[in-house]
Design a protein around this ligand. Structure first.
Ligand SMILES: Cc1ncc(COP(=O)(O)O)c(C=O)c1O
Length: 380
């Protein structure tokens, strides 16, 4: 008989969702008391907060001084769409995807912008050969595939002397992985991911070459106000000082500022990366020690340290999707892990968020429960 008694301890925080992600460990609603609620975001108090959000982001991520950082509407999706609609079309484009979000960007460019792009895709768990791309085209890719748990290992394959722009969706990578700014012309992310902030606001980071493109090229298609980064052929500089295109939530801004403050206290970017690495490593070790579960990422070098995606490999499992769902349901019912089912378009399995706001002790406490839920489900 296999022992299926419940482990003694539960994670103190069962929030392992891949977005919105867990708040930083010391978060309380009282921490947001300094939000200038009911005030205009264009008043000095609001503008100062927005500017601080931009400059603190620059400091924490090590973004070069000559890169522009803006807060934009519609979360990471808004930032990516704004970049693609504003910049693509000037030269040939290469669209790269190995999971659901990247695939969404491909669809938009091919079907909505109707560009005759070169499309490179790989299956869930695999990655496109990034070294084989033509960087004289504009290349759109996702740094960390949140729905497959597969990430780009580094930017070495992107040439310094490229004629095209690199447009990188880094929403589940920023604040958890090193991003090589000299290789990235547009980088986007949302507050709701690695820092556990609130949704609805995106950030866009532009290299000088991206700005040059914005100021020298006007797309053939109409540009909604919400995407507009230029006026009369010049960059709207105010956006990059916190004069947002439309009204932001000052509550979400305050929350982001507090998350940044926590991130600094946790050792800055290096500290955040170390926290994510330790969380992910605990799961990698668990997979190594158990032959019924494995990382979805085929190549260990590409394994994500934020969205760790797992598949069940036990031959006794006949309906993989139903099995994984039942395991996730058991863990949720026990208040051990919330929201860890694989993404709806991804292969059946589990996805456990390991970004820096998650405590390694909580990941460690979850793993015996995962073994328990697996055995319980097999026995059932
Ligand atoms: C890689 C990637 N791109 C885009 C998105 C969409 O982000 P948002 O809902 O913040 O716009 C997500 C969300 O999980 C993501 O993981």
């Amino acid at each position: 008989m296999i022992d299926i008694s419940k482990p003694a301890a539960r994670p103190a925080n069962p929030r392992f969702s891949s977005g919105p992600c867990a708040k930083y460990p010391s978060f309380t609603l009282q921490a947001l008391e300094g939000a200038p609620l009911g005030r205009s975001h264009r008043a000095a108090v609001g503008k100062d907060k927005l500017k601080a959000a931009i400059e603190e982001t620059r400091a924490l991520l090590g973004v070069p001084a000559d890169y522009h950082i803006g807060i934009v509407p519609a979360s990471d999706t808004g930032a990516v769409e704004m970049a693609m609609w504003s910049l693509l079309g000037a030269r040939p484009a290469t669209m790269v995807a190995w999971e659901s979000f990247g695939a969404g960007w491909v669809t938009d460019v091919v079907k909505q912008l109707k560009l005759d792009a070169t499309v490179k895709t790989a299956d869930y768990g695999e990655i496109v050969d990034m070294a084989a791309l033509d960087y004289d085209t504009d290349v759109v890719f996702t740094w960390n595939g949140t729905t497959s748990g597969v990430r780009v290992t580094n930017g070495d394959m992107i040439p310094d002397t490229r004629a095209g722009l690199t447009i990188c969706d880094a929403t589940s990578a920023a604040f958890a992985m090193e991003l090589p700014w000299d290789k990235l012309d547009v980088t986007t992310f949302s507050w709701q991911k690695v820092l556990g902030g609130e949704a609805a606001h995106g950030m866009i980071i532009l290299s000088p070459r991206a700005v040059e493109r914005l100021e020298s090229y006007t797309p053939a298609w109409p540009m909604p106000k919400i995407f507009r980064l230029t006026k009369g052929g010049k960059l709207i500089e105010g956006i990059f000082r916190g004069e947002t295109i439309n009204t932001p939530s000052m509550l979400a801004v305050e929350d982001y500022l507090m998350a940044l403050e926590w991130a600094r206290s946790a050792g800055g970017l290096k500290g955040l990366i170390a926290r994510a690495d330790a969380n992910a490593q605990a799961i990698f070790d668990f997979c190594d020690a158990n032959d019924w579960i494995a990382n979805l990422a085929a190549d260990p070098a590409t394994r994500s340290n934020t969205s760790v995606c797992l598949k069940f490999t036990d031959p006794r499992i006949t309906d993989g999707a139903a099995f994984a769902k039942a395991v996730a349901k058991r863990l949720e019912a026990e208040n051990v892990a919330y929201d860890i089912g694989a993404y709806r378009d991804a292969p059946a399995g589990l996805r456990i968020w390991c970004g820096g706001t998650v405590e390694t002790t909580d990941v460690a406490a979850l793993l015996p429960w995962l073994a328990w839920a697996f055995e319980a489900e097999i026995n059932a």
